[in-house]
Design a protein around this ligand. Structure first.
Ligand code: VNL
Length: 390
């Protein structure tokens, strides 16, 4: 055995041991929640952590005789760090479950560790379709970009939008959004004049928007990750794109509830498709939004928060179903097939794909009581990830 494969074997056996050691720990059930609490995607970490803590405050910290311990780690939005933290959580802390994952590269960096240690890993934020295929231990409670994008491509040509330019962040979820929006728009008789990609790190949208202006599409379709939407909106308006007759459309990441209310009236009328709006008109959501605000100095929950909240529910119910005695495989089995009402609407964890099936809503930015909201005006029910059938 050479040194490298020896090291590999050592890491594998350490991970395998860590997996069984978790069983031996009697009264504590540990959830390792890895999030970007600092760095470019810090708003996602803040939202998911707040929601996880709210879920625990509302549902108690003892399940099936086990005391739930939430261990939050900041990966600083750096995937290598996510991986290192996951390894520490598995080997040293002997966590029963991993969770969080603010961006796709962070989830992908952790896939092999989850697989080797047989640790279920609940993806609460990241949304590239292929993530759940990278490890059989991934279960997703966020959404996928193909899921969110195709409905908008069905809506657009029926509403006078035939020629579109796409503008996406140049990584997993952006590529998914671009491809699935475009394929569906072409299928519906529309046209994509150009597909532009901006770097994920410190993007400058200005040169791209100038190009869009010159191309004069009916609309600009945008995907940028949560936290970057306000910058796009600002530059879109500053360049007078709306006055030039170009509409802004996109997945709901761009009119993120975390930032929407600070975007100003220029955001009014923007149509997006997504799985969650803080304005979703259900009794359960009203209660969720109110409790979230109360616990977080008035902060409005966004789609990341709901992914964290529902992810905790999936973990709690898996622990309950396995009566506190199940290892990773038993917990994973108990996560598959869960079906329940979320603040976003009814959701279902597809047992085959471990991915979420949920409603996708068409929404328009509207002012209600002096505040900007994504108000839902149509719904496509029980949408599976279209990325899985490709
Ligand atoms: C991802 C997808 C991240 C959608 C996002 O915000 C988002 C991802 C941080 O998969 O990296 O809105």
């Amino acid at each position: 055995m050479n040194k490298r494969s020896f090291m590999h074997a050592l890491v594998c056996s350490t991970l395998a041991l860590a997996g069984s050691a978790a069983l031996a720990q009697d009264n504590v059930f540990k959830i390792g929640l890895i999030l970007p609490m600092t760095g470019q995607q810090a708003s996602t970490g803040r939202q998911v952590e707040a929601a996880a803590r709210l879920y625990m405050a509302q549902n108690g910290d003892t399940v099936a005789g086990k005391k739930i311990q939430l261990i939050v780690k900041d990966d600083t939005t750096v995937p290598d760090m996510t991986k290192r933290l996951a390894q520490e959580l598995i080997v040293n802390d002997k966590v029963n479950v991993l969770a969080g994952f603010g961006i796709t590269p962070s989830a992908l960096a952790t896939a092999s560790l989850a697989t080797q240690s047989k640790t279920p890993a609940v993806v609460m934020a990241a949304a590239t379709s292929s993530i759940t295929e990278a490890s059989p231990y991934f279960v997703r409670t966020s959404f996928t970009l193909p899921q969110a994008s195709v409905s908008l491509a069905d809506w657009a040509p029926k509403n006078g939008i035939k020629k579109v330019v796409t503008l996406v962040s140049d990584y997993g979820p952006g590529i998914d959004a671009e491809r699935f929006f475009k394929d569906r728009l072409l299928f519906n008789g529309g046209q994509v004049l150009e597909s532009l990609r901006v770097p994920l790190r410190n993007p400058d949208f200005a040169p791209f928007l100038q190009k869009v202006r010159d191309l004069k599409p009916d609309a600009l379709f945008v995907f940028v990750p949560s936290g970057a939407g306000a910058a796009v909106m600002k530059q879109f308006l500053e360049r007078g794109m709306d006055k030039a007759g170009i509409k802004l459309i996109g997945t709901g990441d761009v009119t993120d509830d975390d930032q929407l209310n600070d975007m100003g009236d220029g955001a009014l009328g923007v149509v997006t498709s997504h799985h969650y709006s803080a304005a979703h008109p259900s009794a359960l959501n009203k209660k969720f939004v109110e409790a979230f605000r109360k616990a977080n100095k008035g902060m409005r929950p966004n789609f990341m928060a709901v992914g964290g909240y529902d992810g905790m529910r999936v973990i709690y119910e898996a622990l309950r179903a396995t009566k506190g005695v199940g290892g990773g495989d038993a917990l994973l089995a108990a996560m598959k097939g869960q079906i329940f009402e979320s603040p976003r609407g009814p959701i279902f964890i597809d047992a085959q794909t471990r991915d979420i099936v949920q409603n996708i809503y068409l929404r328009k930015v509207v002012k209600q009581d002096g505040q900007l909201y994504n108000v839902e005006f149509d719904v496509i029910k029980d949408v599976k990830d279209p990325g899985k059938s490709h």
